[in-house]
Design a protein around this ligand. Sequence first.
Ligand SMILES: [Zn+2]
Length: 193
Amino acid sequence: MLVKYYKILPCVAFAGAMSLVVSYGSAMAATSNSRSEPALYSQLEAFHGHVCAGSIFGARLGLAAKEVLKASGGTGKFTARYYDLSCPVDGIQVAAGTTYGNKALSVQDRDEHRLVLTAQGNRRSVEARLTKKAEEMGLRSRDLGNKIKVLPANAPERAAFEREVEEIYTWLKSAPVDEVVSVTTLNSKKEKR
Ligand SMILES: [Zn+2]
């Protein structure tokens, strides 16, 4: 049975000056998430136009899927299919290098946050999804964003809410791969269409 998820990916642009706080510290030191360079997220912000959980999710999905597909011997050009037309699509384009313009990305708008990456050389595929925890963090940042939007600029709670949102973004970018994304290897014949 297909469970209908309600929109979990916030696309929140804040009126306040929210600088992108990058605090890559010990959280990622011992992880395999070595490719989450701040440069990638700066590039993503410039490309996408704002910082949001959805675009970060896309980057994490794209990076993780690419690494697993490479490690499992995928050859040739990689192509991506994503099942929701929303912010993660831009993260995938930047992080996995599979872009709409180079015909390496297709999107089916089914409200499913699921990335399938396929190696065209040998048709190996992997599927990447968000973990429950990452979904919850995304929801929390969306709720906070909605609260911030209706607060007056000088409301005392505002700074705390904005700080929490930034902490969520930092976590989404720097947490170990397994905490944010789950990747499974697909038999290409069984890939769901
Ligand atoms: Zn967005």
